[in-house]
Write a protein that binds this ligand. Structure first.
Ligand SMILES: Cc1ncc(COP(=O)(O)O)c(C=O)c1O
Length: 402
């Protein structure tokens, strides 16, 4: 195995190729294995034989490095067109590792609308170590400008947000933050669009974070998170923390994600096709008060979306006319949309954020954001479009008849 491969650096010639091609070839080179395996083998060994004390072939111990994980990291880096990528045992473990770059007295400026678990980690775990957090609505860049302080070390936001799909102008935020203090680390959680539809590194972000659990793996069978970055200083520091903290994914999970990623481009296209059809159908439905989808011209930040995203993704939100009982009746009748947390996998899922994914948010924040009991979040899968529409139609008709 060459030094280049062990270090996780990527063959940058590959970066000239298309997204789908990179997903199939980056990090997968058969030459790196004695067997010339076309699919990267699952290397389960926790330790690696040394030629002499401290002389090894690039791997010592499975926490600090693993060949299957390395293949995945290289492929993922290529999808983000980044120099480096690292993977972790979950999206939240990724967040915890990044937060380890801070120290007592530092400040984080974060989006006010984040996945409930992300907000919970900052509020109840990072805060315990003397790190302060200010939550701001990032869709108005001037709010961020006002919030920055001399001790701000990290700026963290999702775009689009979970669950209300609010969009942030990434370039505008990066300009403001870097002008204020170029040392501040800017992180974008890109989970909702995946590298296929959005490349935040192109707009000046330092780290792109992903819950791989969602679109990147895409099959609801792995929990994992990742970072991609072009900054070698951050990569070195995070690689150190990855080993020191030890929240690494199993080689088997790395294999599954590597396999799932090969169809990311195809899946994202079908998610988008279905989500657009679903959003248009819901927009016309009498039981639906409001639909939010990135691909609808009615989205308040449609201009920003057109500027920084190459597509709209598969997430659709709607407010139902009625109350929680109406929502429950609708959910009860759905046959193809499974009532479950999570998103971004091949099968369609539905959930009620106020009492499920975002139940851990303080109630007053939920109210302020508009996450009430009539808000329903759909993760539109890759089933046949007509079947999904029919399923929604019959369930809405039933709820409407009560
Ligand atoms: C936008 C977003 N970021 C981060 C996470 C956390 O990821 P994980 O569940 O892989 O820890 C989630 C999980 O739902 C999410 O939706």
């Amino acid at each position: 195995m060459s030094k280049n491969q062990v270090n996780g650096d990527v063959d940058h010639d590959l970066y000239k190729l298309g997204f789908g091609t990179r997903a199939l070839h980056a990090g997968q080179e058969p030459d790196q294995w004695n067997s010339r395996a076309v699919v990267p083998p699952i290397v389960m060994s926790t330790t690696f034989a040394q030629f002499a004390p401290a002389v090894h072939a690039g791997y010592e111990y499975g926490r600090s490095g693993n060949p299957t994980r390395n293949s995945l990291q290289k492929c993922l880096a290529s999808l983000d067109k980044a120099k480096f990528a690292l993977v972790y045992a979950s999206g939240l473990a990724t967040q915890a590792n990044i937060t380890q770059l801070l120290k007592e007295g530092d400040n984080i400026v974060a989006g006010d609308e984040l996945y409930g678990g992300t907000n919970r980690y900052f509020r109840t775990c990072a805060a315990k170590f003397g790190i302060s957090i200010d939550y701001v609505n990032f869709s108005k860049p001037e709010n961020v400008e006002r919030a920055l302080k001399s001790n701000t070390k990290l700026v963290w936001f999702e775009t689009p947000t979970n669950p209300l799909l609010k969009v942030t102008d990434i370039e505008a935020i990066c300009k403001i933050v870097k002008k204020f203090n170029s040392d501040i680390i800017i992180v974008v959680d890109n989970t909702f669009l995946s590298p296929y539809f959005q490349s935040p590194l192109n707009f000046g972000v330092d780290i792109v974070m992903n819950s791989i659990t969602k679109y990147i793996n895409g099959h609801s069978d792995v929990i994992m998170g990742s970072i991609s970055t072009n900054r070698s200083d951050l990569h070195q520091q995070l690689k150190y923390v990855q080993n020191a903290v030890g929240a690494v994914p199993s080689p088997f999970d790395c294999f599954l994600v590597n396999r799932g990623m090969k169809t990311l481009a195809l899946r994202m296209e079908q998610h988008q096709k279905n989500a657009l059809a679903v959003a248009k159908f819901l927009e016309e439905h009498p039981l639906v008060r409001k639909v939010i989808y990135l691909g609808l011209k009615s989205h308040p930040q449609y201009d920003v979306i057109k500027k920084q995203c190459s597509g709209f993704g598969g997430m659709v939100c709607m407010y139902i006319n009625g109350n929680l009982e109406t929502v429950k009746a609708f959910l009860e009748k759905l046959k193809l949309f499974t009532l479950a947390e999570s998103l971004g996998a091949v099968e369609s899922l539905v959930e009620v954020p106020s009492i499920m994914t975002h139940a851990s948010l303080p109630p007053e924040l939920r109210k302020e954001l508009g996450i009430d009991d009539t808000l329903v979040r759909l993760s539109v899968g890759i089933e046949n479009t007509d079947d999904l529409i029919q399923d929604l139609d019959q369930a809405l008709k039933y709820a409407n008849s009560l």
